[in-house]
Design a protein around this ligand. Structure first.
Ligand SMILES: NC(=O)c1ccc[n+]([C@@H]2O[C@H](COP(=O)([O-])OP(=O)(O)OC[C@H]3O[C@@H](n4cnc5c(N)ncnc54)[C@H](OP(=O)(O)O)[C@@H]3O)[C@@H](O)[C@H]2O)c1
Length: 261
């Protein structure tokens, strides 16, 4: 049995993963944006232990979520799954004036990973095949597009893998594929069950993922660095330590939150 926290688990992949992990006997903690969404999440996954509430477009709510997680820890696995792409949840600014898409997709996973103490055994950053189109120059990250933010997720996963190396903490990136959710749309072509199996494998640290860190996963397989497959490979630019360092420096400056030692 493992203790797992999943951001953005009121809907879509996060909810499906929570249901699958609960059914496997794990202690799953949900996360929702508002009290109303928390009630809905709880009724969709009644076997979950609890629901945390925080709007990740607000840095202060994200920081207070980290405090709550520390009170309820230690954790085995934290999955940074919440994400926005279009519509009201992605457009405009959050409470502190940061663009919502940047705050939810890029800054929240940075803040949570930096502040959760002790760190869990496993971090999972949910990226996307669309990271291939992300701006690797990291110019003006606050104006990130969805693709930019998904590249940030891979850079974060790999940077934290380096930072936690030898400390019993793994950090991996996951590409769920293009699957039918609110974000993916009903016509999405990929197999959502294969995505959920990958969430489960990484949350448990089981199968071929056991002990692995700093990797990128798609349909329960390690994806290659470089190569032409949009889903089965990731950009070599994410492997560059200097680029990972640069993103962390930028996010530290914007948030005022220091990364863990
Ligand atoms: N679906 C795909 O084809 C696909 C492909 C590649 C990558 N991904 C990635 O997979 C992850 C999950 O996506 P999904 O398809 O499951 O999307 P989804 O169905 O839209 O679900 C997104 C989840 O994130 C939550 N969320 C959004 N804004 C939030 C905020 N400000 N604060 C807290 N929670 C917030 C949503 O809560 P509400 O419902 O209350 O807004 C929901 O629970 C994302 O990181 C996405 O980028 C998805």
């Amino acid at each position: 049995m493992v203790r797992i926290f999943i951001t953005g688990s009121s809907d879509g992949l996060g909810l499906r993963a929570a249901q699958a992990l609960s059914q496997r006997g794990h202690e799953v903690y949900l996360h929702a944006r508002t009290p109303q969404r928390a009630t809905e999440a709880r009724s969709s996954c009644p076997s979950a232990k609890d629901v945390f509430i925080a709007d990740l477009s607000s840095t202060s709510e994200t920081q207070s979520l980290a405090t709550q997680l520390n009170t309820s820890g230690p954790w085995d696995t934290i999955i940074h799954n919440a994400g926005v792409m279009h519509g009201a949840s992605a457009q405009g600014k959050g409470k502190e004036g940061l663009p919502k898409l940047f705050a939810v997709n890029t800054l929240a996973p940075y803040i949570l990973t930096s502040l959760v103490d002790p760190p869990p055994k496993r971090y999972v950053f949910v990226a996307s095949g669309m990271h291939h189109g992300g701006d690797a120059t990291l110019r003006d990250v606050q104006s990130a597009t969805y693709s930019d933010s998904k590249l940030h997720n891979v850079l974060l996963a790999f940077w934290f893998a380096r930072r936690f190396a030898g400390k019993g903490v793994t950090s991996n990136a996951l590409n769920p594929g293009w699957v039918p959710t609110k974000m993916g749309g009903s016509g999405a072509p990929d197999d959502i069950n294969a995505s959920i199996e990958t969430y489960v494998m990484l949350a448990e640290g089981s199968g071929v993922s056991e002990g692995k860190t700093g990797k990128f996963w798609y349909q329960s397989r390690e994806a290659r660095s470089g190569g032409s497959g949009r889903e089965t490979s990731y950009t070599t630019k994410a492997d560059e330590a200097a680029r990972q360092d640069k993103l962390i420096e930028i996010l530290e400056k914007i948030s005022g939150v220091q990364p863990p030692e």
